[in-house]
Structure formats: C-alpha cells, structure tokens
Design a protein around this ligand. Sequence first.
Ligand code: G
Ligand code: G
Ligand code: MN
Ligand code: NA
Length: 253
Amino acid sequence: FAMEQALVQAIELNQFVLHYQPRVNTISGEMISMEALIRWIHPERGLISPIEFIPIAESTGLILALGDMVMEKACSQISDWKNQQLPLVPVSINVSARQFHAGDLQKKLNVCLKKYEIDATLLEVEITESAMMGEDNAIIAELAAIRSLGIKLLVDDFGTGYSSLSQLQRLEMDVLKIDRVFTSELGKSREGEIFFKAIVSMAHALNMGVVAEGVETLEQLGILRTLCCDEIQGYFISRPVTPETMSELMLQR
Ligand code: G
Ligand code: G
Ligand code: MN
Ligand code: NA
C-alpha cells in the first residue's frame, strides 16, 4: 500500500526516465533497434529498477498510467533525436497484458505517433510470452490492430512460457526475444545451444527473427554467430544507457 501511494505520487511528479539498450546484428554489430527500459528516479533512494515497481503497478492498475507515460516519453525522445538529425533506429517499448486488455492501446499508439510526427516503423512493441498464452481474444485483436499500423511485434522472455511457435506465427509476431536464462547456458552446457538451434531453425522457417537477450560474453556471441541467431542484446554490447549516451552511440553508427 505504501508503495502504491508512492507510485501514484511519483507519476504525478514525473519521477521516471527511460534508459535505452541497443539491439544489434549478430554478425555486423550494427544497431538494429533499442529497447526503452523505465527507471524511477527516487528523491531519496536514487535509481529504482522496474523489477521493484512494475509488479505493483500491474497489480494495482497503475501500469496503465505508467504505460501511457512510457509511450509518450519514447515518442518524444524519437522526435528529439529526429530533430537533432541523428540516424534513427526503432525503439521498442514493453507493454503489459493489462494495457492490451484496456482495449485502446492501438488508438493510443497511433495518437502518440501522430502527435510527434513519427513513422510507425520507428516504434516496436514487446509483449512477454506469458502474457500471450491462452489465446486471449482481447490480446489477439489488439496485436493485429497494432501490427496493421506498421508497428513490429516482439515476443519478450521467449522460452519461459509454453506458447507454440505456430501460434506465435498465426499472431504474426515478427521477432522472438529468447530469455537470457538460455543465453547464460551457452558455453556451459549443450542444452542452451540445442535450444537456440531448434528455435532459430523453426523461427526462420516461420518468417520470424530471433534475438538473444542477456549476451554478456564474447564466447556467447561466438556461439550465437554459429547458430545463425539474427540479433543480440546484452551487457556485452552495452548496458541500458541514458538518452544522452544513446545519442553518442547513434552517432558512432
Ligand atoms: O531494465 P530492467 O532490465 O531492470 O527491467 C526489468 C524488468 O522490467 C524487465 O522484465 C522489463 O521488461 C521490465 N520493464 C522495463 N521497462 C518497462 C516498461 O516500460 N513497461 C513494462 N511493462 N515493463 C518494463
Ligand atoms: O524482460 P526484459 O527482456 O524486458 O528485461 C530486460 C532486462 O534485462 C532489463 O532489466 C535489463 O537491464 C536486463 N539486461 C539487459 N542485458 C542484460 C545482460 O546482459 N545481463 C543481465 N543479467 N541482464 C540484462
Ligand atoms: Mn523487454
Ligand atoms: Na526479455
């Protein structure tokens, strides 16, 4: 309850910022996209990780207000970068199941794109595999509507749930982001490699791209290259960084 009240106040006081983490091509290292990750700048406690407040925001419904704010900040940031004439890449935002159930997500995304005059291809939406399980009609309809705008859809934390690849293809998901628990097994056991190999071959056959999350070592990158994983994200490339640092990374392209 204390956390809920603190969150309400933090939303009113606009104590949140987005950090950005690059997602790069496995072979060339070229930045393909970046993920927006929310942080709470608490006046006494400093930077608070979303792990501490997203679950509470989800259970209280505050995720709707937070989600709107993330959408707004991401679009505003893209617009700023565009005005600075930086070489743009898409920004992916994390969207919770509750935002899909609200029924107005596509409309809100479209309004935001129009407001900031940015192309739909500059925005991507990540939804966790667990949020997608169970053939939820509300989510399916919303996903199709969002995709029809030209926004790419990514399955986050893939491998931790039990959705089938054929279901994900039917929902026209564009990219699978393999959860970092599988990446952390690469080089340690054969299982991680076997998992990636199977997923990459099926995903490619079904016209989906594959991203390895949580890549931390050169060894993992090397293995992912041999396994034809399309893109990687993780500390080995870069931690999530402030917008200012991201501007510099964009310039280095
Ligand atoms: O940034 P970090 O790695 O600490 O993120 C921890 C968790 O919080 C991840 O599961 C991530 O998907 C989630 N998260 C980060 N930003 C957002 C956001 O804007 N919205 C939602 N719903 N989840 C987020
Ligand atoms: O669930 P989602 O994939 O959105 O979560 C992203 C989270 O993963 C963020 O909290 C981010 O800080 C974290 N993250 C990103 N790269 C790495 C990495 O290489 N190693 C670890 N341990 N965490 C990472
Ligand atoms: Mn994510
Ligand atoms: Na993830």
